[in-house]
Structure formats: structure tokens, C-alpha cells
Design a protein around this ligand. Structure first.
Ligand code: ZN
Length: 481
């Protein structure tokens, strides 16, 4: 192998690809630790003597590979800088199928990533690259595989993952073992687990998809609005994309401590409490709109990147801008074009303008996450400005054509992969007469800095009266007390 394996910018070679993880995690809340065991079905593309998997702060206690009738123990070399473990074998692994068996132990993470404790709730947050803190795995978004997960936790806790609960049984000592339905092809960063004393809303059906919204018992009465928002949006998105929701069931969970606003794990969307829970009787309309918009944004993510994968590390704009644009469309279908314009002005374009008003600099939106100056700049450019590209594409091509184009995009890349130029490439192919205009639009909105010309300045465009997170937080405290 010629690549440097312990480089911070190391990316996995494609010699060995995961097909399926069958993984079990026994979680110890008191010790804040876990024991894991898994079988990974691999496709060995080229014969190799060694390969790497991501693994961060995990102790790999047994690693062996089965290829045909041979069982090869692995020598494990921890490579801390690239957050990987090099697995070396005595003999060459032939091309074809092989199975990697791994046993390991690990600890809950201190921050709000990996597997962590939020009050009494154990939750995962893997985007962009923290599945490696819980599972030894191929932790890059292009390495999609099926996940057949089971967990062991204390009895009495609600336990959720991407797939529905397939079966559960007591495992002795006051503990239960829960097995989840196997997932479709997923990148590791969309895998999720939540276990805690949570209460679910009654199960409602959106078409044939069971939907439930979960919260701590003392806040369960605030879950109704988010549940209704999902029930309203899901059938519309299915009709719009012409492809059914792919993950069998949908759970939404309010996590007491959460890093982002929400996370689009396939079939199990996790939210900051403030982004999901609300009392619609006392909360102002603007707060309700914000929650409906966040829920719809996360549901749109079930198609991008749930179905059409993309890389949240090198090009987050690809799926974030589409999710924003589709969330605005959903407001338009439900409440009309004026309402969509108002939500756009408040929550999308408004975020960009507010940030410009505070002195933030306009710049290219299509960049790796690490290339943005800070989180504010990332939020303003990727979530605030970049969705404008899709509105202009739609205006250029016409509503009817754009719907067909988006369906073609989802259909072309489903269970696969798209980068930030894939949609424009497909649009240009389907509309050759407008190909150069489409490319120019993408350059202007995503690679250059024309925000002030295209969206107006903070003075002319900003809409006052949009509550900030801290104002919403204050409001929630009033509701709770
Ligand atoms: Zn998003």
C-alpha cells in the first residue's frame, strides 16, 4: 500500500467494501461504557494482506477474518491520527466475499457525539464522522452498507434505532435484548441509537408509514405539534418525489442535550428539544412555523441524503440546500406562495441577511465544512444563501419540469451517491438548451459571492421579529414552568 494511513486527511481505499454489519451493543449506563460484537460482510475487490477500519477510542479485543474455510487472526495497529486501526493478516485475503469478526469495548463520549448521555437518555450523534467512536467501521459516507443492529439495555427503557423493533426479550439481571429490523443501504453517519425513559406519542399512520414522536415524560404533552407536522409533510414529500419513504417507520425524538438543531438519521430523526417540542396554545405562530420548517427539512433529508447519498464533510451544500428548498416548497403546498415567501424571508434568506447585517462576509457556499470561517458563516451560506440556487432552477425550468427533474435525480442516484455538481449535470442533460444558463446559475449561487445583489442587503431584506434560539428557549421555560 502506498497511501499514508496515519494522515489526518486519510481517506479509505476502495480495496475492501462493507456490505452488511450485524452488530450487537451491550450498554452499561452505570459505567458509561459498552461492549460490542459484530460480523461485517465484506466484498474484497483486490487481494490484500491488510486494510484499515475507522476506530476511535475503542479497544478491539478480538479481530479475525473468515474467507472461504480459512480463519485469519488480525494483528491490530492503532493509528490515532487517522482515527483508524490497521488490520494485518498472515496470508493474502483473496478477492471475493469475506467476513470480519470484531469484539470491542468502549466508553460513552464526553461531548455530544458518538454515544453520549443526555441526562438519563443515551443517544448517538454520528455526523459527520463519529460512528467510529462506537463501531469499528468504514466511517466515510460513500461506504454504504446494511445494518442489522441489536442492543442490550436495562428493562423499562424505550429503545429506538433506524429500523423498527423486530423482537425483544429479557436477557437476565434486569436487562433486555432488542433486535431491530435490518436497514437499507446506509452510510455509517446516518445510523442511530437512542435509549432512555422516553414516552412516545400514539402511533399514527402517514399513508402506510407508522410515525411516533418521543420526549421525556414531563414534556410528552409538547410532542403533538411535531407529530402532526411530520404526518402532514411525509405524504406530500412522497407524492412530490414519486418515490415512497424508504425506511419503514419514522420516529422523531427530542433529546435533552443535543449539538445541532436536528439530525436526519434514517428513520430516527433526533432533535434538540426546542426544535421539536412546543405548546401550540401559548407559542407564537413564528415558533410553530420554525418547528414545522425544521421537521420538514429533516423529512426532506430522508430522500437527500437518506436515499441519494452525499458527502457532509466535503460538500455539505449538496443535501442541505435541497432540504431547505424542499421544506419551503412544502410550506407553499400547504399554506400558499405568500406563506412560503414569508418563511423564506424569516428563516432562510433572513438568516443570510441577518448574518450580513452583523458584518459576516459573503463567500462561496460549496466548500468542505472545515473551510468555513465559523459555524455562523456555515449556517448563513449553506442554509441561508445556497437554497436560492434551487429556487432559480425552478423558475428557469418551470414548476412542472423541475418536479420531473427532481424525481429523475432521486431515481438516478437512489441508494447511490451524488456530489454537489450532480443535480446541475442532470438538469443540463435534460435541458440541453439551458445547459450553460444552469451551469452559470450554480457558479453564481454556490461558487461565487453575489448574495447582496441577488438577495438584497440586510437593510432592505431582513424581516424583524424572528425569534432567536435564546428567545425560543426563554419561551419554552415559561411553558414548562
Ligand atoms: Zn439539514
Amino acid at each position: 500500500m502506498t497511501h499514508r494511513q496515519d494522515d489526518r486527511n486519510f481517506r479509505l481505499p476502495r480495496d475492501v467494501l462493507p456490505q452488511r454489519y450485524e452488530a450487537h451493543l451491550a450498554v452499561d449506563f452505570a459505567e458509561k461504557s459498552f461492549r460490542g460484537s459484530q460480523r461485517v460482510t465484506l466484498s474484497v475487490v483486490r487481494p490484500v494482506r491488510e486494510f484499515v477500519v475507522h476506530s476511535l477510542n475503542l479497544d478491539l479485543t478480538r479481530v479475525e477474518l473468515r474467507a472461504g474455510t480459512r480463519v485469519l487472526p488480525a494483528r491490530v495497529t492503532v493509528l490515532p491520527v487517522s482515527e483508524t486501526a490497521l488490520l494485518s493478516f498472515e496470508a493474502e485475503i483473496p478477492a471475493g466475499e469475506a467476513t470480519l469478526h470484531v469484539d470491542w469495548t468502549g466508553n460513552f463520549s464526553d461531548g455530544l457525539r458518538g454515544l453520549y448521555l443526555a441526562g438519563e437518555v443515551a443517544a448517538t450523534q454520528f455526523e459527520a464522522a463519529d460512528a467510529r467512536r462506537v463501531f469499528p467501521c468504514f466511517d466515510e459516507p460513500a461506504f454504504k452498507a446494511r445494518w442489522a443492529l441489536s442492543v442490550e439495555v436495562p428493562v423499562g427503557l424505550a429503545v429506538l434505532s433506524n429500523g423498527a423493533v423486530a423482537d425483544s426479550s429479557p436477557s437476565g439481571g434486569g436487562r433486555q435484548r432488542i433486535r431491530f429490523a435490518e436497514t437499507e443501504l446506509l452510510p455509517s453517519y446516518l445510523v442511530a441509537l437512542v435509549a432512555g425513559p422516553l414516552v412516545g406519542s400514539p402511533e399514527d399512520l402517514a399513508g402506510d408509514v407508522p410515525v411516533r414522536t418521543w420526549a421525556l415524560p414531563e414534556k410528552a404533552h409538547l410532542a403533538h405539534f411535531g407529530q402532526q407536522a411530520a404526518l402532514a409533510a411525509l405524504p406530500r414529500l412522497q407524492a412530490y418525489f414519486g418515490l415512497p419513504y424508504a425506511f419503514g417507520k419514522l420516529d422523531q425524538v427530542a433529546i435533552p442535550e443535543f449539538e445541532a438543531g436536528a439530525m436526519e438519521n434514517a428513520g430516527l430523526i433526533t432533535y434538540r428539544e426546542l426544535a421539536l417540542l412546543v405548546d401550540p396554545v401559548s407559542a407564537p405562530l413564528s415558533v410553530q412555523k420554525r418547528i414545522a420548517e425544521v421537521v420538514t427539512h429533516e423529512l426532506a433529508h430522508q430522500w437527500f441524503p437518506g436515499l441519494v447519498g452525499s458527502d457532509p464533510i466535503s460538500a455539505p451544500v449538496a443535501d442541505e440546500a435541497l432540504a431547505q428548498a424542499v421544506a419551503l416548497l412544502a410550506v407553499e403546498w400547504t399554506h400558499g406562495a405568500d406563506a412560503a415567501r414569508a418563511v423564506d424571508a424569516q428563516q432562510v434568506t433572513g438568516a443570510y441577511l441577518a448574518w450580513r447585517g452583523m458584518g459576516g462576509e459573503d463567500a462561496a457556499a460549496d466548500r468542505p465544512t472545515s473551510a468555513f470561517a465559523d459555524e455562523m458563516s456555515y449556517g448563513a451560506l449553506v442554509y441561508g444563501k445556497a437554497p436560492g440556487l434551487h429556487a432559480r432552477q425552478r423558475a428557469l425550468l418551470g414548476e412542472g419540469a423541475f418536479v420531473q427533474d427532481l424525481r429523475a435525480y432521486v431515481d438516478t442516484h437512489r441508494w447511490g451517491w451524488a456530489d454537489s455538481s450532480s443535480l446541475t449535470a442532470l438538469l443540463a442533460q435534460r435541458h440541453p438548451g439551458q445547459a450553460s444558463a444552469l451551469r452559470a446559475l450554480q457558479r453564481r449561487w454556490w461558487s461565487e459571492a453575489h448574495g447582496d445583489e441577488d438577495l438584497g442587503s440586510a437593510e432592505t431584506g431582513a424581516v424583524p421579529g424572528v425569534p432567536s434560539w435564546s428567545e425560543v428557549e426563554k419561551l419554552m421555560r415559561q411553558i414548562e414552568h
